[in-house]
Design a protein around this ligand. Structure first.
Ligand SMILES: N[C@@H](CCC(=O)N[C@@H](CS)C(=O)NCC(=O)O)C(=O)O
Length: 206
């Protein structure tokens, strides 16, 4: 059984998307980040970076003590190894999938997060920040589009944790001042993932 510390945000959905795809049993523990619940000592004991998502796996593969984990990319990688699903065993395909997973974690997610912040939440309008993050987002969507013109999914022809990490952020394109018509391969890929039964279940709370 996996305990999932969760809020319905792009980083939270990454983990429910994975868990729904694989059927691994889990219990959701909602963390209300608007009410600062991420700063409670019991949550910080699991996630010292005070951000969701985080998990506790009560049945780790080595049979030892429960394993707790934060950072969505690390969680997806851990769960892919645990289940043997959604990360290829083929060296080249796996390397490609991990490359795009890291691209999402280091670039696509953080930049779109800043874009979203300065466009939707900043208490003052900061034109330089909006321009910087919208332009960087456009660059990243172009990179994504170019890749998806070549392969069905981000790391090749199989759906993987690279797609799972990237989908919830690209799904929010309207908040990022991104016009999907400029990125037709991304639009097609989003539509395909949106129709997966696991995606529909994971987003039941949206
Ligand atoms: N790099 C982290 C980012 C997680 C993150 O930014 N979580 C946000 C919600 S999407 C959060 O918990 N924010 C609360 C806070 O910053 O206090 C990951 O991928 O897990």
């Amino acid at each position: 059984m996996i305990d999932l510390y969760y809020a319905p945000t792009p980083n939270g959905y990454k983990i429910t998307l994975f868990l729904e795809e694989t059927g691994l049993p889990y219990t959701i523990h909602p963390i209300n980040i608007s009410a600062d619940e991420q700063f409670k000592p019991e949550f910080l004991a699991i996630a010292p970076n005070n951000k969701i998502p985080a998990i506790v796996d009560h049945q780790p593969a080595d049979g030892g003590e429960p394993i707790s984990l934060f950072e969505s990319g690390a969680i997806l990688f851990y769960l892919a190894n645990k289940t043997g699903q959604l990360l290829s065993k083929d060296l080249r395909e796996r390397t490609e999938q991990l490359q795009w997973l890291f691209w999402q974690m280091a670039g696509f997610g953080p930049m779109l997060g800043q874009n979203h912040h300065f466009n939707c939440y900043a208490p003052e309008v900061v034109p330089y920040a909006i321009k910087r993050y919208v332009e960087e987002s456009q660059r990243l969507y172009k990179v994504l589009n170019t890749q998806l013109e070549k392969t069905d999914y981000l790391g090749g022809n199989e759906y993987s944790i690279a797609d799972i990490a990237t989908y919830p952020w690209a799904k929010c394109h309207e908040y990022q001042k991104i016009n999907l018509q400029d990125y037709p391969a991304v639009e097609k890929w989003l539509d395909k993932i949106k129709q997966r039964p696991a995606t529909i279940t994971a987003y039941h709370d949206a």
